[in-house]
Design a protein around this ligand. Structure first.
Ligand SMILES: [Zn+2]
Length: 1012
C-alpha cells in the first residue's frame, strides 16, 4: 500500500506527459440506475419515476440526434412498453434503437446479483430479457453494465461471453484493490473466467469503473444542489404536481457554465490518468435519474457545447455516447491488455470495516423460496416441453400453460436483482418478491397437475381439473396417490419424504408392487408422520405411487411389511460446554459408506469414518453466534449488507438433547439445541438422515441435514460450525454460482479479518486435507468461512437492528424474525472419489423429484394402460441444464426476422410451440477427474429419442438469440496471447456434438411431431 503511494505521483506525471498535446475524449453516457425493488416496490417505482424515465428520454432523444441513452433493467422497460408507452413513443423507440442512440445493455430482466445467485437463474433472467428485446426490436445486447452488484463473480463474464457480449463492465471491487488498479492503470483487462473453457469462447474485455463508479460527481463547489442532476431527486410516493423536485441543481447559464465546465473537465482529466487509452467513460446519471430528461438535456447540451468550443483551454472533448461507442473506441486503440484468469472479486469491502459479506446470509427464507421456485419452474418446463412434443393436440391448453410458465419465469428473474435475492431490500419489497413467486408457483403447480394426468382425453378445462384435485374429504381418504417426477436427465434412486397424518402407510408402485418405505413421527410436529419412500426413476420420467394409509400397525409378513415403522430412542439432555470428558460413550450409526459416532456425554457428533478409505475424521457440529453491534456510536455495525464481527463467535447453546430413530430406509438423528440449560423449547435443531444400505436402495454417500432456526434473538448472526481434525490451513473451496469451484485461502487482513474471510456459497463448499474432502451441498445460498484449520462454518440466519439513520430511513435494518429450515447434503470421501459425488450431488439437490399428490384418477385403467414415458438419459458428466419451450415467435433466421420487423407486419401470430430450447452442460473441470473430465460426444437424436424424433438442430448462443456461428465477438490483443483458436460448428449433420469440460451448449431442437 505504501509503495503505491510513493509511486503515484510518478505514474500520473509520466502519463499526462505522454499525451500532453492530445485532448482527452470523454464519452458522456446518460443512464438511470433503476433498482427492480430494493427500497420501493416495482409499482411504487413505476409510479414515482420509472415510467417517466422512458417516456421523457424517448421524447428528448427524438428532439436532438446527438443525444444518447442506455437502458439497462428490462423489467421496467417492459412494464413501460406494455402499460405506459404511447403509440408515438413506441415508434420513436424503434427509430432510436435502429439508430443506436437508445442502447440496451445487459438485456436481462434485472442487473443480477453475482454472489448468491445460481447459474440456472442467471441464465434464465438473461434469456427472459433477451428474448423480449430480440422479438421486439431484433437487437441483441453485446455489452454489460454490472455497475452495482456487490462484488463480481468469475461466472458472469463467462456467461456474458457465451451470450455473445463483446465487453463486460463492473464497478464494485474491494476499495484498496480498486485504488491499486487505478493508480496502476489496470482497471481494464481481458478476463478468462473459467480455467477449462476455450479462450476464444469465453474471454471478454472487462472494464472496472473508477472510484466515481456509476454516478456523476455530485459535489460541486459552486452549487449547493446535487451535481449534474438538474432534475433533482425522485419523490415518493407521488411525483410533485408542479414538477419541482428536491435538490435540482443550478441551471447552466452564462453565469454558471464556466464553473460547470471547469469541474467537469477537471474530473475527466483526473480520471483520464487512470486509463491507458485516451478515452474516458463519464457516466452521467445515478439512481433514479432522467425521469425528467428534458431538464437534464437542456442543461447538459450547452455545457458540452461550451467545453468543446474551449477544448484548448480545458484539454478535453466531450460527446454523448452509448457504452458501445466507448468500447468501440477502446477496441480501436489496439492496445494490448493483461489477462485475468478465473480469480473473482469476492468478497467485497468498501472500507476495512465495511465488508459486504452479511448479505450472503440475509433473508434466508427468501433465498430458499427463490431456489425452490426455480427448481419447480425447471421441472415444469421439461414436463411441458415433453408434453407438447408427444401430444401437440393434447387437451392442456398450450397458451394457458405457457402463460403460467412465463409468469414464474418473470418472478424468478425479477428476484435475481442485486437488491432482491441478496436480502438487502426493505421488508415490503421482500414481501413483494415472495408474493410474486408464490402466486406464479401456484399457477405452475396447476400446469404440472394438468400435465401429469395425461395421456387422458376429455378431462375438461385445466381449471376444473385443478379444483377437482384439491377436493378434500373424498371417499378415498385412506388412500393417496402421488406422482413422482424426476426432472433430471439421469436415472436416479432416491428417497422422497411425504408428510402424512396416519401412523401407518404402505406404498405400491404403478405395477401394484409394494415399495420399500419407512414411517415415523415427524421431528417437529406431534400430529404428522414422515413417510420415506424409495423411488427409482429414469431420466425425465414420472411414476405414480399409491399410498394406503392406516391407523393400525402392520402385521408382519403382509404386503404392508414393506414399510418399516421406526421408533425413536431418546437421550437425556447434556451440557456440551461444561468441560465433561468426551469420547467415552460413543454410539455408532452405520451405513455402507460411513460410520457416524455420536457422543452420549454431549449428544453431539464425535467422528465420521469413510469406510471405503478406512479414514476416521473427528467432527463436531454446533451452532455458534456472532453478537452484532447495532449502535453506530459504539463501533462498526452489521446490517442487511454488512457483516462485522466485533468479537469472536460464542456457542449459542448450553444444552443438547438427542433422539435417534433407527430405520431400515433411513436412520434419523435429531439433535435439539437449547440456549439455556433449563429452557423448555429448543432454539436450533439438526436432523441428520443417514440412508440405509439395502438392495435396490439409494446410494449411501449422501447424508442429509435439515436445520431449524428462529426466531433468533435480536442482533445475532448464527452459524453452523463444523469442526474437524482435517489439516486445512483455513483454506476452503466455495462455488461460484454453482458453475465452478473457487479456492479461498485464508486472508490475513489486520482489520475485520473474520468478516472479510466470508464467501458466498450457492451450491457447494468444501474443505480437504491431502486424503479426504468434506463437502457441504446447499439448496440455497449462505455465507461460508473457515476461521480455523479443519473448520467450516455456514452462516445460516441473521436478525439485526441498528440505529444508522440511513438504514432506519429506508427500513433496511433486517429485523428478520422468521423461522427457517434450510438443508445441506454432506459427503466425505477421498479426493479422487469426491468430484463425481459433489458435482452431480449439487445438481440433484437443486433438482429434487417433484412429488405431487393427486386424487384417485377416475379412469384408473386408462392411466395404468398408458404407454410408459421413455427415459432421457445423458452421460453422467453431462447435465440437461434446460429443456423448455420458450414460446418466442421470432424466426431463427436473423435476416428474415429483421425483414418481418421492418415490414411492420408484426411477427408470427402466435408463439412458436415447436421450438425446444435445450442446454447441455459439462459439469467437470479439465483434469478434475481422469474419466469424467473428458470431452463427451453425444448424438442428440439418439439421446432425445425418448422425447420424440429430432428433425433439426440449430446451435445457438447462450440466450438463444444468435446462430452460434455468426457470433463474431471482438478479439482483443493480450499480453498472454491465445493458445486456443477456438471451436466453431462442432455440430455435424448426424446430430453429433462434442461437449468439453465446463461447456454449456445451447440448441434449438425441432422435433418431428404428428402436426408437421
Ligand atoms: Zn442497484
Amino acid at each position: 500500500m505504501q509503495i503505491w503511494a510513493f509511486l503515484t505521483p510518478f505514474l500520473v506525471y509520466s502519463c499526462s506527459c505522454s499525451r500532453a498535446d492530445e485532448p482527452i475524449r470523454a464519452f458522456v453516457v446518460p443512464h438511470s440506475h433503476m433498482d427492480v425493488g430494493w427500497v420501493y416496490t416495482i409499482q411504487e417505482s413505476m409510479h414515482a419515476y420509472a415510467a417517466n424515465v422512458y417516456s421523457s428520454v424517448t421524447e428528448e432523444l427524438s428532439r436532438d440526434k446527438h443525444r444518447r441513452f442506455i437502458a439497462v433493467e428490462q423489467e421496467f422497460f417492459r412494464l413501460w412498453w406494455d402499460t405506459a408507452a404511447k403509440g408515438s413513443h413506441k415508434k420513436q423507440v424503434r427509430q432510436l434503437v435502429k439508430e443506436g442512440r437508445l442502447e440496451f445493455l445487459i438485456g436481462g430482466q434485472v442487473m443480477h446479483d453475482e454472489a448468491v445467485t445460481d447459474l440456472d437463474d442467471q441464465i434464465l433472467q438473461l434469456t427472459e430479457g433477451h428474448g423480449f428485446l430480440y422479438e421486439t426490436f431484433g437487437v441483441r445486447p453485446r455489452f454489460s453494465w454490472h455497475v452495482d452488484p456487490f462484488g463480481a463473480s468469475a461466472t458472469t463474464p463467462v456467461l456474458f461471453a457465451l451470450a455473445g457480449f463483446h465487453a463486460h463492465l463492473i464497478s464494485r471491487v474491494d476499495y484498496d484493490l480498486k485504488d491499486r488498479l487505478q493508480k496502476d492503470k489496470r482497471l481494464q483487462f481481458v478476463w478468462r473466467g473459467s480455467p477449462s473453457l476455450g479462450e476464444q469462447q469465453q474471454e471478454i474485455f472487462t472494464h472496472i469503473m473508477d472510484q466515481f463508479s456509476y454516478c456523476s460527481p455530485s459535489h460541486l463547489a459552486f452549487s449547493n444542489s446535487s451535481g449534474f442532476y438538474w432534475n433533482g431527486v425522485a419523490l415518493f410516493p407521488d411525483p410533485p404536481q408542479d414538477g419541482i423536485y428536491p435538490n435540482m441543481s443550478l441551471p447552466v447559464t452564462k453565469e454558471t457554465v464556466h464553473a460547470y465546465a471547469q469541474t467537469m473537465a477537471e474530473n475527466i482529466k483526473q480520471r483520464g490518468a487512470w486509463f491507458r487509452s485516451n478515452h474516458v467513460l463519464w457516466p452521467w446519471g445515478c439512481d433514479k435519474q432522467f425521469y425528467n430528461a428534458s431538464v437534464q438535456f437542456k442543461n447538459m447540451d450547452p455545457l458540452l457545447d461550451y467545453i468543446n468550443q474551449n477544448t484548448k483551454e480545458f484539454g478535453v472533448t466531450v460527446e454523448y455516447a452509448t457504452l458501445s461507442e466507448y468500447f468501440q473506441a477502446v477496441h480501436q486503440s489496439e492496445l494490448s491488455w493483461d489477462v485475468r484468469g478465473s480469480e473473482d472479486f469476492l468478497p467485497y469491502s468498501t472500507e476495512s470495516f465495511q465488508a459486504w459479506t452479511g448479505f450472503y446470509a440475509s433473508r434466508n427464507a427468501l433465498k430458499g423460496l427463490v431456489r425452490r421456485a426455480s427448481s419447480q419452474l425447471r421441472a415444469a418446463e421439461t414436463l411441458f416441453a415433453r408434453y407438447r412434443v408427444s401430444f401437440p393436440d393434447g387437451p392442456v391448453a398450450k397458451d394457458w400453460a405457457l402463460a403460467k410458465l412465463r409468469a414464474l419465469r418473470w418472478a424468478v428473474s425479477e428476484v435475481q436483482h442485486h437488491d432482491g435475492i441478496t436480502g438487502t431490500e426493505s421488508p415490503k419489497v421482500a414481501e413483494m418478491y415472495a408474493q410474486h413467486l408464490r402466486q406464479a408457483a401456484m399457477g405452475v403447480e396447476e400446469v404440472v397437475a394438468a400435465l401429469f394426468l395425461l395421456p387422458h382425453h376429455g378431462l375438461g378445462l385445466p381449471q376444473h381439473l385443478v379444483s377437482d384435485l384439491h377436493r378434500e374429504g373424498s371417499n378415498e381418504a385412506m388412500e393417496q396417490h402421488v406422482i413422482v417426477y424426476n426432472p433430471l436427465a439421469w436415472n436416479i434412486t432416491t428417497i422422497v419424504n411425504v408428510t402424512v397424518t396416519f401412523p401407518m402407510a404402505t406404498v405400491f408402485d404403478d405395477d401394484g408392487q409394494p415399495v420399500a418405505a419407512q414411517i415415523q413421527r415427524s421431528a417437529h410436529s406431534n400430529v404428522t408422520y414422515d413417510l420415506f419412500v424409495v423411488v427409482t426413476l429414469g431420466g425425465l420420467q414420472h411414476r405414480k405411487y399409491l399410498i394406503r394409509l392406516s391407523k393400525t400397525a402392520c402385521r408382519a409378513k403382509t404386503s404392508c411389511s414393506a414399510t418399516y415403522t421406526a421408533e425413536g430412542v431418546h437421550f437425556e439432555r447434556r451440557y456440551p460446554g461444561s468441560g465433561q470428558k468426551i469420547g467415552r460413550r460413543l454410539l455408532p450409526v452405520l451405513n455402507d459408506c460411513y460410520k457416524l459416532m455420536f457422543d452420549q456425554d454431549t449428544n453431539l457428533l464425535h467422528s465420521i469414518t469413510d469406510r471405503a478409505e478406512k479414514r476416521t475424521v473427528r467432527m463436531r457440529q454446533e451452532f455458534w453466534e456472532y453478537r452484532a453491534n447495532g449502535d453506530v456510536k459504539a463501533g462498526p455495525i452489521s446490517d442487511n449488507y454488512i457483516f462485522t464481527a466485533i468479537e469472536p463467535a460464542v456457542r449459542a447453546h448450553r444444552a443438547v438433547q438427542m433422539e435417534i430413530v433407527p430405520g431400515k430406509v433411513v436412520t434419523e438423528i435429531r439433535q435439539y439445541f437449547y440456549r439455556e440449560e433449563g429452557d423448555a423449547d429448543y432454539a436450533f435443531s439438526i436432523t441428520t438422515r443417514v440412508p440405509q444400505s439395502f438392495a435396490g436402495g439409494p446410494p449411501c454417500h449422501t447424508l442429509e441435514q435439515r436445520y431449524s432456526l428462529g426466531p433468533l434473538q435480536l442482533n445475532t448472526e448464527v452459524v453452523l460450525r463444523t469442526t474437524t481434525d482435517l489439516q486445512t490451513d483455513r483454506t476452503i473451496f466455495t462455488d461460484a454460482n454453482g458453475y465452478q469451484m473457487m479456492k479461498r485461502e485464508h486472508r490475513d487482513i489486520p482489520d475485520n479479518t473474520v468478516a472479510r474471510n466470508f464467501y458466498p456459497m450457492v451450491r457447494a463448499a468444501y474443505i480437504q486435507d491431502d486424503r479426504s474432502r468434506l463437502v457441504l451441498l446447499s439448496e440455497r445460498a449462505h455465507g461460508v468461512s473457515s476461521q480455523a484449520s479443519g473448520q467450516l462454518e455456514v452462516m445460516l440466519h441473521r436478525r439485526l437492528w441498528n440505529n444508522l439513520p440511513w438504514n432506519r430511513g429506508y427500513n433496511l435494518t433486517l429485523n428478520d424474525s422468521s423461522v427457517i429450515q434450510p438443508a445441506l447434503w454432506i459427503t466425505m470421501s477421498s479426493l479422487s472419489a469426491s468430484s463425481r459425488l459433489h458435482q452431480r450431488g449439487a445438481v440433484e439437490l437443486q433438482n429434487r423429484p417433484l412429488v405431487m399428490p393427486i386424487d384417485q384418477p377416475r379412469r384408473e385403467k386408462e392411466l395404468r394402460a398408458a404407454v410408459p414415458v421413455r427415459p432421457v438419459v445423458l452421460p453422467p458428466n453431462l447435465h440437461l441444464l434446460s429443456f423448455s419451450i420458450p414460446g418466442w415467435n421470432y424466426s431463427s433466421q436473423h435476416d428474415r426476422h429483421l425483414l418481418h420487423l421492418d415490414s411492420g407486419r408484426g411477427l408470427r401470430p402466435e408463439p412458436d410451440y415447436d421450438r425446444v430450447l435445450v442446454r447441455i452442460m459439462h459439469l467437470f473441470e479439465e483434469g478434475e477427474d481422469p474419466e469424467f473430465s473428458k470431452p463427451v460426444s453425444i448424438d442428440l437424436k439418439e439421446v432425445l429419442s425418448g422425447v420424440g424424433e429430432v428433425g433439426a438442430v440449430e446451435e445457438r448462443s447462450l440466450t438463444g438469440t444468435w446462430d452460434v456461428n455468426t457470433l463474431d465477438r471482438w478479439k482483443w490483443n493480450t499480453h498472454a496471447g491465445m493458445k486456443d483458436e477456438g471451436r466453431h460448428g462442432c455440430l455435424t449433420q448426424a446430430f453429433n456434438v462434442t461437449i468439453s469440460p465446463k461447456e454449456i451448449r445451447t440448441f434449438f431442437i425441432h422435433f418431428r411431431t404428428t402436426q408437421l
